[in-house]
Design a binder for this molecule. Structure first.
Ligand SMILES: *Cc1c(COP(=O)(O)O)cnc(C)c1O
Length: 392
């Protein structure tokens, strides 16, 4: 134990020295555009609560009703005694929403990505993965015996040369739909063209895209008008679709059937709890009945992006509610986020190793629930604080 403790102390102090140690801020309220932090009400611009559903009364009521009707938990995995009618209904809702044949639920998208690759691919097959893909994709691929190819971030020439040289039976290209540090959207038109040219399948992890971009929130494939060419989609209920937790994979009948038989996080981990399942169903009801929710998100995104550029900032990403504001210098980015918090604007600074060295930034995330007044307050605070720090 003393050897291990020494090793842990070393690691922790290295993290503190290099500035990678993560301190959790304690929130004293529910998740909304205005939250209670450090004894202050602050405007929240760092949640993945894109549609403002995390504390929506309709979603909460659906969860409460589900507890009354279906109970709190199932104390079982799906295939023993953990599948209720609502689980099948949610799977159907996802399939309909994303226009795929069938859907399988997981406790999280992390589990979904952890459980797919080894279930559908073996040593005769090959995976082609963007180097900046989410940690859960990287871990899922590690568990799988297929040949592993990593292509340079959104570099289609690199992807093509890897595909060209592969003699594997089944080839699977996998990418995040939206990369969360840059807010950029994967070039799915080009990726699906390559997939057809080289007879490969395409899987997209759309956690930051489902319910966010594309026609009525259908995601990154729809955004690029190639949705029907995406073979497998994994995503989460933990962001736009209510913000609690749960994940899924949606694809063909056959792939989903195999996952139900073989996917280890599905077979050996508890069924999604009834309140989460019913609230996720309600999230689809809400967005299907009121598509203006996407219009508000889009308007807020466009408005913030335009105003912050006009103020002299450099930003990254496409028209996505993730807006990275480039500061470059890690210390300045940290100071700016601190000053902003003093003005009750809660945003997070990201620096190495989360993003490349000298590419520090503040990541702003918009929600359809933000009011114009809240967004204006944030923009004005950004301008004031950045002028004090000679950033603009
Ligand atoms: C958030 C996220 C995940 C993890 O989703 P959970 O449901 O919270 O496990 C996986 N992939 C990507 C790209 C994400 O952004």
């Amino acid at each position: 134990m003393s050897e291990l403790n020494k090793k842990i102390d070393n690691q922790l102090s290295l993290m503190r020295e290099s500035g990678t140690y993560k301190n959790e801020r304690i929130i004293g309220s529910s998740q909304e555009t205005s939250i209670f932090v450090n004894n202050h009400n602050v405007l929240n611009f760092c949640a993945n609560n894109y549609l403002g559903l995390a504390n929506d009364i309709r979603i909460k009521n659906a969860a409460i009703q589900a507890i009354n009707e279906w109970g709190y938990g199932l104390a079982s995995v799906r295939f023993i005694c953990g599948t209720q009618e609502i689980h099948k209904l949610l799977e159907k809702k996802v399939s309909d929403f994303l226009k795929k044949e069938d859907t399988i639920l997981y406790s999280s998208c992390f589990d979904a990505n952890g459980g797919i690759f080894e279930s559908i691919l073996d040593e005769n097959d090959a995976i082609f993965s963007d180097e900046l893909n989410h940690a859960s994709i990287i871990d899922g691929i590690r568990l799988c015996k297929a040949q592993k190819n990593r292509y340079k971030h959104i570099d289609m020439a690199d992807l093509e040369s890897l595909l060209k040289n592969s003699t594997s039976k089944t080839k699977l290209i996998v990418t995040d739909g939206v990369f969360s540090m840059d807010g950029n959207i994967a070039p799915l038109k080009e990726i699906t063209e390559l997939s057809r040219k080289y007879n490969a399948l395409v899987m997209v992890d759309d956690c930051h895209a489902t319910g966010v971009i594309g026609e009525n929130g259908m995601g990154s494939g729809s955004y690029h008008q190639v949705h029907e060419h995406i073979d497998i989609i994994s995503s989460t209920f933990g962001k736009a679709l209510g913000g609690a937790s749960g994940g899924f994979i949606t694809s063909s009948y056959k792939i989903i059937e195999l996952l139900r038989q073989k996917s280890r996080p599905y077979l050996f981990s508890n069924s999604m709890a009834p309140p989460l399942v019913s609230a996720s169903i309600e999230a689809f009801n809400v967005i299907n009945s009121d598509p203006s929710i996407f219009k508000r998100l889009d308007e807020n995104t466009k408005y913030f992006r335009q105003k912050i550029i006009e103020a002299g900032f450099e930003i990254r990403g496409e028209n996505h509610p993730i807006v990275p504001i480039m500061i470059y210098d890690a210390k300045k980015a940290m100071e700016l986020s601190k000053k902003l918090l003093e003005k009750n604007i809660y945003v997070i600074a990201f620096s190495f190793p989360v993003v490349p060295k000298e590419k520090a930034r503040i990541r702003v995330q918009l929600s359809s629930a933000h009011t114009k007044e809240q967004i204006d307050l944030a923009i004005n605070s950004f301008i004031e604080c950045s002028q004090e720090l000679n950033i603009i």
